[in-house]
Design a protein around this ligand. Structure first.
Ligand SMILES: [Zn+2]
Length: 74
């Protein structure tokens, strides 16, 4: 099992996936997980990653594997 996933044609690590959504590299990121959600824009598969943008914050990000759609639970 690999924790890396293909997002928009590129293999990404959990840290890179969080960076794609957040715009900055997180302090820490957990493993990428599959979700049962479909992308509202393109019906693609949505994956999630939990990460810490700072020591006091934990965010879960959701990202489509096929297009630019992303959101967080903030
Ligand atoms: Zn999409």
């Amino acid at each position: 099992m690999s924790e890396n996933r293909v997002v928009q044609g590129r293999m990404v690590t959990p840290e890179r996936l969080a960076e794609l959504v957040e715009g900055e590299r997180p302090m820490e990121a957990e493993e990428i997980e599959d979700t049962d959600r479909d992308c509202p824009d393109c019906d693609g598969s949505v994956i999630s990653v939990g990460y810490m943008p700072s020591v006091t914050e934990f965010v879960t990000a959701y990202k489509c594997q096929d297009c630019d759609w992303a959101e967080t639970d903030r």
